[in-house]
Design a protein around this ligand. Sequence first.
Ligand SMILES: Cc1cc2nc3c(=O)[nH]c(=O)nc-3n(C[C@H](O)[C@H](O)[C@H](O)COP(=O)(O)O)c2cc1C
Length: 208
Amino acid sequence: MKREFMEMMHFRHACKIFDSQKRVPKEDIEYILEAARLSPSSFGMEPWRFLVITDSGLKNELKPLCWNQDQLSTSSFVVVIKAQKEILKPNSEYVKKMFQRRDLPQERIEAYIKKYSEFMRDKLDNESLFCWSAKQCYIAAANMVDAAAAIGVDSCMIEGFEKEPVEKLLKIDRKFEEVALIITFGYRIKEAPKKVRLPLNELIEWIE
Ligand SMILES: Cc1cc2nc3c(=O)[nH]c(=O)nc-3n(C[C@H](O)[C@H](O)[C@H](O)COP(=O)(O)O)c2cc1C
């Protein structure tokens, strides 16, 4: 398990071009999406929604809005992660539902809702709400690319896109949600370049 996990971490790389002839089977797409679904989120709000695009026409339309990156046109499928906003407001039915689904006594649920309302107090403007929500989306994104690597599927996260034109193309209502991140998936046609990372001793400070 320990060794396999690290092998998977090394296998995953930002794949710049995929084999456009190869398609990821539906059950493997669902496996990757399940990793997103099981991801942790602050207060368990699951503030992500996923648009899964396999349609070549739409992938090609997205490409020029994503810095013309080949990953868009050559990928087998694309996941657009939409960060929710409106439903996260403390008085929403959604928030109530997310706490009530837990097997907890009513007073504990009410305490959670109160805590959440206090926590969200300074995050209720549009930008802060999007930022908080997008942070959670990135966690789901990391789990998706790692799950993909575990089954030999390559990926590339795409932050290089023009946000508003993409949202317009995908008919996203910005009052309710915004695009946090795009991820492309497929199979590599080139070997992955050497991994470059800072050494651990430059990253870590131990307090013992
Ligand atoms: C949030 C995020 C956004 C990224 N956006 C792009 C992108 O738009 N295009 C691209 O080619 N790579 C993108 N990358 C890939 C990074 O450049 C890459 O992960 C980094 O250089 C490390 O290389 P590796 O993933 O191959 O180990 C993105 C990575 C992350 C985490």
